[in-house]
Unconditional design. Sequence first.
Length: 432
Amino acid sequence: MDGQSFILTGQVLGFSASPFRSDPEAALTLNEAVIVRDGRIEAVGALDALLPNATDLPRIDRPGHLICPGFVDAHVHFPQTAMIASWGKRLIDWLNTYTFPEEARFGDATYAARIAARYLDLTTDAGTTTVCSFATIHPESVEAFFSEALARNQRVVTGKTCMDRNAPDNLRDSAQSAYDDSKRLLERWHGRDRLSYAITPRFSPTSTPDQLAALGALWAEYPDCLMQTHLSEQTDEIEWVRSLFPKARDYLDTYEAFGLLGGRGLYGHAIHLEPRERDRLREVGAALVHCPTSNTFIGSGLFDMAGLQAEGHRIGLATDTGGGSSFSMLRTMAAAYEVAQLRGTALHPAQLLWLATEGSAEALGFAGRIGRIAAGAEADLITLDPAASPALAQRCAQSNSVAETLFALIMLGDDRAVGDVWIAGKRRKGPA
Ligand code: GUN
Ligand code: ZN
């Protein structure tokens, strides 16, 4: 990695354990400094202890600011950047009215490259350093996204979205072309620098059984790839799945029957799950991805964070841009808090931060590499300024703990609160 080297001081946040598996207040750890060398975190600890190893390094001081891992957004659609915040529809109408016409533009490689760059600019500004994105059916959209991320040395995941039914003519592939295109793309990109490929059937209503089987076979050939899709987002969608797959036991079975259930599977939304689905997802160690701004924006429902965590599920957090209404993981953590409140649980700020960093990193199979400030991890770092706006400044002035400051930043913060962003040790936002 060609990142810079420096020592950064401030309030460095970390976790001694998962705040869902232990007392969240006690799980949140605080340190004074981080040493970054050549794109990696070399050490984290007390300033006095670190300084002797940093005599050759420039020092960057952010007194009072929180220092966190870059946010990890585990489920987005970068091609929906330009149509985010589209009014008045629920899932299926929203897809047909707004989403599909926009996605149809991504056969144009120039447009795909422009939106990929715009999307990564917007999310970097909001403190997100890794995303797992759906592309469109066009290989050009995958090429555009990986090329742009490669130029920025950014850890991202994407894959060609596969659809061979219930979509407009210009957005349909076939079982064979989905297999062939996905295979060619993953052989070209998966594992190159910081890039990973996810086999991507959009959701079972837009794939025939033949296409699901072809993608299941591909995943069996390349089991170290991720597989991403949608599961049980809206009740009408679930009814539709039932009518399209009359032999399936439930929605999850439409994936399971075709080899599309596994520990490297990412299932977006997962709101209206049957007991069998919950059991199977947990047994195989699949990852569920909570998309709270999307779930309120398009009226999908309230994810059962407390129940699913208690059962031991792996859970990541995501914006679901552009069904989600924000590019910001701060706003997304706030929405996760609000959704949990509506189900009777107050998520602790340590739990919210964990979901947006380690939790999502674990969901994507990147634990230890990103999502954590620890020696040996990749130096994707951000700083959060508790005085970034007048509203934040006056609230944080009377904060009594770092957890209280973190919570105010989550609830009141936006991209102005994200002061610095480093990706693989290279500055991408903030004063040079
Ligand atoms: N289900 C299938 N496709 C999509 C999508 O693009 N966004 C959301 N939120 N749900 C989906
Ligand atoms: Zn989605």
